[in-house]
Design a protein around this ligand. Structure first.
Ligand SMILES: [Zn+2]
Length: 134
């Protein structure tokens, strides 16, 4: 087993339309090409394995196509996951409630989340050029 990846701390901005941006601190795990390829292949394999199994059920073909497509879509999503967001510290620019992040999700740029205080969508802008994974 490889040692668990150490999250990096990056500074960003939480933006809500019509409000001043607030500073946020994000914990992200950079993903290597090998990690992304491994996860992507796992999803592709899952699609290939699941497709003939679900194709037994009527109406057959749509299930197989859905399973195959789902595998490809999830594989592509994993391939595009350059950073995983594992932690978030900051407050909502609109209501000041602490922004919380549950679990780990692929980081998008900008990453959208929702404030648990006011329910407003919050866009997280992060400059990842300094911590770009090799
Ligand atoms: Zn809020």
């Amino acid at each position: 087993m490889a040692h668990p990846p150490v999250p990096l701390t990056v500074q960003g901005e939480a933006r809500v339309f019509g409000h001043d941006p607030a500073a946020v601190t994000l914990q992200v795990v950079p993903r290597t090409t090998g990690w992304r390829a491994g996860r992507a292949l796992r999803w592709l394999a899952a699609g290939v394995i699941v497709a003939p199994v679900v194709a037994v059920l009527p109406p057959h073909a749509p299930w197989a196509v859905a399973a195959g497509t789902g595998g490809v879509v999830l594989a592509l999503r994993k391939w595009g996951e350059r950073f995983t967001l594992v932690g978030l510290e900051g407050s909502c620019p609109r209501c000041g409630a602490p922004l919380v992040h549950h679990g780990s999700t692929p980081l998008k740029t900008p990453h959208s989340t929702a404030c648990e205080g006011c329910g407003n969508p919050v866009a997280l802008h992060v400059d990842l050029s300094d911590v770009e994974a090799g």
